[in-house]
Design a protein around this ligand. Structure first.
Ligand code: C2E
Ligand code: CA
Ligand code: CA
Ligand code: CA
Length: 279
């Protein structure tokens, strides 16, 4: 261990050099992924626990790299660090708007699609401004069919331009959902910064749900508090029947997870979850 300690004073070990190279290569390829049509949006249903029907879906990005699919957990952070997320995010919005409008014409369901957004998109000069949104709506999308998911980090700094952009969405009839609630710096204070429509309980709480667990009490408290504030609650990562039952008992509004379906490519999602219009 002592011998290795010497390396601490070198900024680049051979291993780090290889990592940095891999990163550069991945970044170069990610820059071209849009033009090469390697990005794809998958859709995961969100179930209304009061009736068991589907009302919503979350759009989840996939990168179909020639060497195999790469998880967003790997490339989203890289895209965020380099600012590339703005361009990628624009592509996701446009794609979701196009797909959602196409479904509205073919299927009976009133489906609302949730799009994940990163703080960098709200810090960009153009992104999420009214003119930007007009371009997205040019796909023919009804804004009521759109929801944006934000993370708590965004509400931590009460920046006026960020709040204005979120208001822009809501003024246009787009709902706003607070993702990953319960992780990081969750605080009721953030809920006061901005009026949100939905709160998503992070899957780390849902996975530990049992009739006697502390997480059950915690989830119940989060749900009761959210309802007092007029906020609906979505539980993520629901994998079992028992979790679904417990969530119903504690008055959770919506659920999402492998118990219902994994995220699916658009055509498979439609074939499984949407009913052809019989009109
Ligand atoms: P997230 O927004 O928290 O999305 C939920 C993640 O949980 C997804 O992972 C989903 O596939 C996974 N999941 C759903 N149900 C279950 C379940 O029952 N059990 C378990 N263990 N996992 C479940 P995914 O698709 O790998 O996405 C990872 C993260 O990447 C997302 O987490 C989100 O933060 C980010 N992401 C994905 N697409 C986009 C995008 O278009 N834009 C941005 N900015 N971020 C994205
Ligand atoms: Ca999300
Ligand atoms: Ca989440
Ligand atoms: Ca997340």
């Amino acid at each position: 261990a002592k011998g290795k300690g010497r390396n601490r004073f070198h900024y680049f070990t051979p291993e780090m050099e290889v990592l940095a190279q891999t990163r550069r290569r991945t970044l170069e390829q990610l820059r071209e992924a849009i033009q090469r049509q390697q990005l794809e949006v998958y859709y995961q249903p969100i179930i209304d626990l009061s009736c068991g029907g589907i009302r919503k879906a979350e759009a989840l990005l996939r990168w179909n790299h020639p060497d195999g699919q790469i998880s967003p957990l790997q490339f989203i952070p890289l895209a965020e660090e380099t600012g590339l997320i703005v361009e990628i995010g624009n592509w996701v919005f446009t794609e979701v708007a196009r797909q959602s409008e196409a479904w509205a014409r073919t299927y009976q369901v009133e489906l609302q699609v949730s799009v994940n957004t990163s703080p960098a998109q709200y810090l960009d000069d153009h992104c999420c401004k009214p003119e930007w949104f007009e371009d997205i709506l040019a796909q023919g999308l009804d804004p009521a069919r759109l929801c944006v998911e934000i993370t708590e980090g965004l509400l931590m700094e009460p920046d006026q331009t960020i709040l204005q952009k979120l208001l822009m969405f809501r003024d246009n009839g787009v709902e706003v959902s607070l993702d990953d609630f319960g992780t990081g710096y969750s605080s009721l204070a953030y809920l006061k910064q901005f009026d949100i429509d939905y709160l998503k309980i992070d899957k780390s709480f849902v996975s530990n749900l049992s009739p006697t667990s502390h997480d059950r009490v915690l989830c119940q408290a989060i749900i009761a508090m959210a309802h007092t504030l007029g906020i609906k609650v979505i539980a993520e990562g629901v994998e079992t029947e028992q979790q679904q039952q417990l969530l119903r008992q504690i008055d959770c509004d919506f659920a999402q997870g492998y118990f219902y379906s994994r995220p699916l490519p658009a055509d498979q999602f439609a074939a499984t979850w949407l009913e052809p219009d019989s009109k």
